[in-house]
Design a protein around this ligand. Structure first.
Ligand code: ZN
Length: 352
């Protein structure tokens, strides 16, 4: 068939108005058995935008994958007759991390790459480590599909926190800014976390390309946090609203007001300078946060404690900024020195 509206990736294939499922081979295990990555295609009956959705680039960040699967398996198949354009969903890019140990439960990085920490980032390397080869293969799929818009689902089981859209900020009213705003359906539970346009210029980065529009959705939520833990609901709702924004599915786009645009300021880096990653501690022991998610913090305020086995405080964690608590570590009650992002703090730069 020569219909260029038939989409085919690996063993998944779908013509207009159809859903297709299958796998793309992305590697081989030591016994020669294939590493297959699942693929879901939703091909709308009518032509329109091409939306690529990517989840589990980090193998233990479940909410986005779950939200995307809910949308692509339970909501969108009933809309294919009215859908404009297509969705290509890669729900578990780091498939072997998703498998985790033989008894289940995912790991962040691939066991095939565990010592090397390579992640499947574009454009990858066809001759690199496993994660780089995977990145290359995923990039080939992306190039072939040539999407108009991308949604990347990340999230974190290690943190309590507020859901975020991670982006480079773009001028208000621009295509990128409107696209990112469409990902927020509840401004109380989500923020846009970006670097300012000036920041972008200072780093010598080129202007954002018109397409593909790209959005990184992060769910930092855990039970007790503002986010959604293992529930993918807010990610699903964001995705469906993004599709309304792109006029791919019927329905009025939810246009949220009072969205908080924040700068992401984590902790103190080399030489005591402010650093854009999380706050790490230098001591090990039991960790107690002293602030809740979204609580304001003042520069110099003690926001957490590390205590040893004997109840003695070995480290007071201080905020380096005036801002608020975006997320904190929750995977275990104890941490070692240098534990990744014991706190992530942010500062609201604009509300609109
Ligand atoms: Zn991630």
């Amino acid at each position: 068939m020569s219909d260029d509206r038939i989409l085919e990736f690996g063993s998944a294939k779908a013509g207009p108005g159809e859903k297709g499922t299958g796998f793309v081979k992305v590697g081989e295990l030591s016994d020669g058995s294939p590493v297959n990555m699942p693929v879901i295609i939703l091909n709308g009956k009518n032509p329109g935008p091409k939306l690529l959705i990517v989840a589990l680039e980090d193998g233990d960040e479940y909410p986005g994958a779950l939200g995307g699967l809910d949308a692509c398996n339970n909501v969108l198949p009933d809309m294919l007759d009215k859908m404009n354009g297509s969705v290509l969903f890669l729900p578990a890019v780091m498939i072997d991390s998703f498998r985790g140990n033989p008894y289940g439960g995912g790991t962040r990085n691939s066991a095939l790459d565990i010592d090397q920490g390579a992640r499947p980032r574009s454009p990858g390397n066809p001759y690199g480590k496993y994660g780089q080869q995977l990145g290359y293969k995923v990039h080939q799929v992306e190039k072939e599909y040539d999407p108009d818009a991308i949604v990347k689902f990340h999230g974190c089981k290690q943190m309590y926190g507020i859901d975020v859209i991670w982006c480079w900020s773009a001028p208000p009213g621009s295509a990128h800014d409107n696209y990112w705003r469409s990902g927020i359906t509840d401004p109380d539970k989500m923020i846009i976390l970006g670097h300012s346009a000036e920041d972008r210029a200072r780093r010598g980065l080129p202007p954002l390309p018109d397409r593909p529009l790209t959005m990184n959705l992060e769910s930092n939520g855990g039970e007790g946090g503002i986010g959604n833990g293992f529930s993918g609901d807010s990610m699903r709702d964001s995705l469906l609203n993004v599709m309304r924004h792109l006029k791919m599915i019927p329905g009025e786009e939810i246009k949220s007001k009072n969205i908080r645009y924040v700068n992401y300021i984590g902790g103190v880096g080399p030489g005591g300078k402010m650093h854009s990653a999380g706050i790490q501690t230098t001591r090990g022991g039991f960790f107690t946060p002293l602030v809740d998610i979204m609580d304001p913090v003042k520069e110099g305020q003690t926001i957490g404690l590390v205590k040893n086995f004997f109840g003695e405080v070995v480290e007071e964690i201080k905020s380096p900024i005036d801002g608020f608590c975006k997320s904190y570590y929750c995977e275990a009650p104890h941490i070692g020195s240098g534990q990744w992002r014991v706190f992530a703090l942010a500062k609201v730069i604009e509300v609109r």
